[in-house]
Design a protein around this ligand. Structure first.
Ligand SMILES: Cc1cc2nc3c(=O)[nH]c(=O)nc-3n(C[C@H](O)[C@H](O)[C@H](O)COP(=O)(O)O)c2cc1C
Length: 171
């Protein structure tokens, strides 16, 4: 099986997941590693990683996924919000719906990823303007929680996921 690890990452969270996958997958099976606009046609199986952009993936990754044919695809993602597994599943299935029917889609992986400080400042300004703004308070709390992610446990779960979906009898 030839693998490609294709990812988009603005601030490094998804890139960390991609590098971790590269470290755990057998080196001889990895035929390409990089951004969606690079060439990944040789692979049978694509690990496609994205940062969550308004509930989906960024336009470059959308275009890449829409163009796939007869590949096995495993999505991995980071998202700023991470309160429940259902949220991650929703994002993964939104993005999976972009992938053409000729492809086989494996169960995906997602974890929380820290957000830039500018986001905190925005929530703080909202709270300063309206101290009763429950939503801004909740977003601020989530921001703080996200700062620790992806953490060691996320990477451990990522590795276990990769081992599971690449098991010869696991697909
Ligand atoms: C423009 C923009 C839109 C975002 N939209 C979402 C979103 O809809 N849901 C979410 O959970 N996180 C959202 N995030 C947070 C990022 O997906 C999250 O911080 C991610 O881990 C960033 O990954 P990266 O470091 O690989 O770029 C958004 C971030 C940006 C900059």
């Amino acid at each position: 099986m030839k693998y490609s690890i294709v990812y988009s990452s603005r601030t490094g969270n998804t890139a960390l997941l991609a590098r971790t996958l590269r470290d755990v997958l057998p080196e001889e099976n990895i035929v390409s590693f990089g951004a969606p606009n690079e060439v990944h046609t040789e692979a049978d199986m694509i690990f496609a990683g994205f940062w969550t952009d308004r509930g989906s993936c960024c336009p470059e990754m959308q275009e890449f996924l829409r163009g796939l044919e007869h590949k096995t695809v495993a999505l991995f993602a980071t998202a700023g919000f991470g309160e429940d597994a259902a949220y991650f599943e929703r994002i993964l299935s939104n993005v999976a719906s972009l992938i053409p029917k000729s492809c086989k889609i494996l169960p995906g992986f997602a974890c929380q990823g820290k957000m830039p400080e500018a986001v905190r400042s925005r929530y703080e300004a909202q709270l300063a303007a309206n101290p009763d703004d429950q939503k801004a308070a909740m977003f601020l709390k989530n921001f703080e929680k996200a700062l620790a992610h992806p953490n060691e446990d996320d990477l451990k779960r990522l590795k276990a996921w990769a081992a599971e979906i690449t098991r010869p009898d696991g697909k």
